[in-house]
Design a protein around this ligand. Structure first.
Ligand code: C2O
Ligand code: CU
Length: 490
């Protein structure tokens, strides 16, 4: 089994769309199933090799789906029913989580909590409906810091019945890798230093599994770009160099089209954004896309390379707003309120001391552990990260919150750490309603919200999906080191 090579568009070939590279690897939909609005897929999790680093480096041993990096793009229409048989050809247990898709609990792919893990050699079939249109992705939830980190992930795209007008619909799965000088995977997964700090930040950044060079475009072209951050830990802040990225969806959910602050598209791990890019620069020009998220560590991700022939003289002016998905609207007036505090990591005690004064009131809710003493208690427990004072070990635990079904809930989340945490809730999308007490401008729907150090973020949603659902940091080393909890919806 070898990873298929993308069509050579340039010398250092660059995948325009994961679909193009992996179409051959996907089982064709059964004609009958398709007529019935049902789509059948197979995914095989196994070992393979992939050309991650550019030549003259050699290829790298990876774990991936169907021998393809990223895994095959699963693309369906909104309302279709998916049946996906996942075969485990790895040497260890696995599961698949359909990140952002509002699936029934038993299809959520959380080992032991929602299903028995898929043993080596076994197959498990997931079945759910694509209720929301949007950009989603799939990945294991079993030892994900290593399984995702070695390459097990792929895009899941749900098309609207009536998509917006664009010349191309392109998926960029972003990731990074920690490679040795000979392009082998460094196998220090889950080391304590990564767990306590930023997580496993790699030294080689890829788009669709390869270090990109150029992305060919044409003047006047309109591209719908679906960005997926599949990295274990890296946060991206993409600057499109003079192009205005118009965000039309976050985490698959439509948002009022807008250019984000500073023109920077920021994505913590697990997060997605759909952007509309109008190609407004001159024919023949070359413009860099730069990742500016980490201060003083900017780098050129890829160049947009304009062909010499414009596609059209002026850019399109058709509307780009997406139709809403069928999400229940939370009622803030009647919502039940809950508090969650995230603690721990390096410098955690210092941050807690600094924040201690202003957050005393939440301690009655069991939310906030006060002061240096309790931080020491927590650290002595052996955990590194804590949600409401508890460091998770594995996925099975007492629910930290029980949410009344079909009711509205507001959850105030306080990041009492010195680090960013992209925090993901399973089974639901939520509105981000405020940050540090300020109402958000777009009240965006998300399934993963990036919390800055010391930030307090309020989210709201209707708990309409019964079952046990994870809430965790999507920096996979933080998750593995305790930053995880369970909500029960009954
Ligand atoms: Cu994308 Cu619980 O994960
Ligand atoms: Cu985190």
């Amino acid at each position: 089994m070898s990873c298929p090579r993308p069509p050579a568009l340039t010398r250092r070939a660059f995948i325009v769309s994961a679909a193009a590279a992996s179409a051959g690897a996907m089982l064709p939909p059964q004609p009958n199933a398709r007529a019935a609005g049902r789509r059948e897929f197979r995914l095989r999790a196994g070992q393979s090799r992939a050309q991650i680093a550019p030549e003259p480096y050699g290829d790298t041993a990876v774990w991936c789906y169907d021998g393809s990096l990223p895994g095959p793009e699963i693309r369906v229409r909104q309302g279709e029913r998916l049946r996906i048989a996942v075969e485990n050809a790895l040497g260890e247990e696995t599961t698949v989580h359909w990140h952002g898709v509002r699936v029934p609990n038993a299809m959520d792919g959380v080992p032991h909590l929602t299903q028995a893990p898929i043993a080596p050699g076994e197959t498990f079939t997931y079945e759910f409906s694509a209720v929301d249109a949007g950009t989603f992705w799939y990945h294991p939830h079993q030892r994900s810091f290593e399984q995702v980190g070695r390459g097990l992930y792929g895009p899941l795209i749900v098309e609207e019945a009536d998509p917006i007008q664009a010349d191309r619909d392109v998926t960029w799965v972003l990731s990074d890798w920690r490679l040795t000088r000979s392009a082998e995977m460094r196998d220090d997964f889950g080391n304590r230093h990564d767990m306590m700090h930023n997580g496993r930040i790699g030294n080689t950044v890829t788009i669709n599994g390869r270090v990109p060079d150029v992305f060919p475009v044409r003047k006047g072209e309109r591209i719908r770009l679906r960005l997926i951050n599949a990295a274990n830990a890296r946060i991206f802040g993409l600057d499109f160099g003079g192009h205005e990225p118009v965000v039309i969806a976050f985490d698959g959910q439509p948002v009022e089209p807008h250019v984000p602050a500073g023109g920077l598209v920021v994505l913590g791990s697990g997060m997605r954004a759909d952007i509309v890019l109008d190609m407004t620069a001159d024919a023949g020009s070359r413009i860099s896309v730069t990742d500016r998220f980490y201060k003083d560590l900017e780098y050129r991700l890829v160049d947009l390379a304009y062909g010499n022939e414009p596609l059209r003289a002026a850019t399109l002016d058709t509307p780009v707003a997406l139709p809403p998905n069928p999400l229940p609207e939370p009622d803030l007036a009647s919502a039940a309120r809950h508090e969650i505090t995230f603690n721990g990591g390096m410098m955690g005690a210092m941050v807690m001391q600094q924040m201690g004064g202003s957050m005393g009131e939440s301690s009655s809710d069991g939310g906030m552990m006060g002061g240096m003493g309790s931080m020491m208690d927590m650290m002595h427990s052996g955990g590194i990260w804590f949600v409401n004072g508890v460091a998770a070990e594995g996925h099975v635990m007492e629910p930290m919150l029980t949410l009344a079904r079909d009711r509205s809930h507001v959850i105030a989340m306080t990041n009492a750490t010195a680090w960013h945490h992209p925090t993901h809730l399973h089974g639901h999308s939520f509105r981000v309603i405020s940050r540090n007490g300020q109402p958000t401008r777009h009240r965006e729907w998300q399934d993963t919200v990036l919390m800055a150090p010391r930030e307090r973020v309020e989210i709201a949603f209707v708990a309409d999906n019964p079952g046990h659902w994870m809430l965790h940091c999507h920096i996979l080393e933080h998750q593995a080191a305790g930053m995880m909890g369970v909500f029960r919806v009954v």
